[in-house]
Design a protein around this ligand. Structure first.
Ligand code: SAM
Length: 191
């Protein structure tokens, strides 16, 4: 029993970069940074079982579009249930790596990412994949669009700033989450 719990925890941390799903406090802090008063094209990356997805669907207008990118199809039943429960909303699930999805430039108003960026660090390749992912975010965002990302320990903040060519618009701290998290808000300006 204890061994199974330990194995599950280890798998969650090494593969997904988290211990348990994000708390309601973290979800509200991140989703609360989005202005839902107009139709939006939203991309959620790394939905897992849908902690953020549920809130995004609840708040988005019927004429908004939500794309969900989750590399692991084992989470599909949770996301498909949310899609099924909200027939009036435009939602599409993509099971692929985000770098494959983000090929079209200037597509999204909002990108909300739970990606464990820290896990993508690889000094041997000069962090090639980490930077490919962050560059893909910038490429896929419309000018004026917003990239939201949570991280533990304030990691990868300067990596995001170097790709976007500017300081974060805002960094907030959410203590009531396992682990406590920092929420980054980065808008895309004309380059
Ligand atoms: C930290 S978990 C977040 C789960 C959930 N959003 C939450 O906050 O509770 C990260 C998720 O990103 C997914 N993921 C990891 N690498 C990915 C990639 N390259 N493209 C798309 N999804 C990825 C993992 O499968 C995992 O579900």
């Amino acid at each position: 029993m204890l061994i199974r719990i330990y194995r599950n925890l280890k798998k969650n941390i090494t593969e997904d970069g988290l211990i348990i799903s994000s708390s309601g406090f973290l979800v509200n802090s991140m989703v609360g940074k989005i202005d839902f008063s107009r139709p939006l094209r939203i991309l959620e990356i790394g939905s897992g079982k849908g902690a953020f997805t549920r809130e995004l669907i609840g708040r988005m207008s019927p004429d908004s579009q939500l794309d969900i990118c989750e590399i692991k199809s084992e989470y599909n039943p949770w996301i498909e249930q949310l899609i099924h429960n909200n027939p009036g909303k435009h939602i599409t699930l993509h099971n692929c790596c985000v770098t494959q999805l983000l090929v079209e430039s200037e597509r999204y108003d909002v990108i909300l990412s739970s990606l464990p960026l820290k896990n993508f660090e690889d000094p041997g390749s000069k962090h090639e994949f980490l930077f490919r992912v962050i560059k893909a975010m910038k490429h896929g965002l419309k000018e004026g669009g917003v990239y939201l990302q949570y991280q533990y320990f304030k990691s990868n903040k300067s990596d995001i700033e170097s790709v976007f060519g500017k300081k974060m618009d805002d960094v907030s701290f959410v203590p009531l989450n396992i682990l406590p998290a920092f929420v980054y808000r980065m808008s895309k300006s004309a380059s």
